[in-house]
Design a protein around this ligand. Sequence first.
Ligand SMILES: [Mn+2]
Length: 246
Amino acid sequence: MSTLFISDLHLDASRPQATAAIARFLERLPGTCRRLYILGDLFESWIGDDDDAPLPDQVAGLLRQRAEAGLAIAFMAGNRDFALGPDYAKRAGFRLLEDPTAIDLHGRKTLLMHGDTLCTDDTAYQAFRVQVRDPAWLANMLAQPLAARRAFAAQARASSREHTAATAETIMDVNANAVADAFRQHQVDLIIHGHTHRPAVHEHMVDGRRCTRIVLGDWYEQGTVLVAGDDGSLHLDTVAIDTAMA
Ligand SMILES: [Mn+2]
């Protein structure tokens, strides 16, 4: 029996190859995979559960099909799809998770996060995060017509690209103190997150305890999946993406 973790697919109509890759991934999942956790940024942007574009519907169909076949799917929002709500979760057949959430992973207490809250050196981003996570701000945004929300999302993506290009790599990575605090505060020795698009297994010593932090990768050149076996094994695997596909 195994549990899988993915994040940062950034699905978008402009990259059908990534949608094709997750479709193939879901179709080929062995029956021994019982749980799938999606740790944020499944979508490149999210303008509301009432979006009438084809992509959200297509992805909901893919996920719901596996959910109905017995795969337990849970989703935690990322900084791109933070507005994804319960209506879509119902359509896609998944459970919504708060960020962070501690789970029992085959007997090991494990903290799941998207990862953006660990990037505390990026103060400009953290200020933006506080704004968009405010329920009143979100309700106001979701009350706008779809066209206005599409325009806002396009603008947000453009300024995010500018910010990423102008900000040092180290500032956009996790802060060591924020990582140590997360291990301490939640009393875990394993954290799984995405967001930084730097797949790796990191070992940390926190107050004399050996701790492990696994970072999931994005789904651009190839996808990343963390496979957690019920024997305690943890493997970061890659998923092929047909980048020649237009
Ligand atoms: Mn992210």
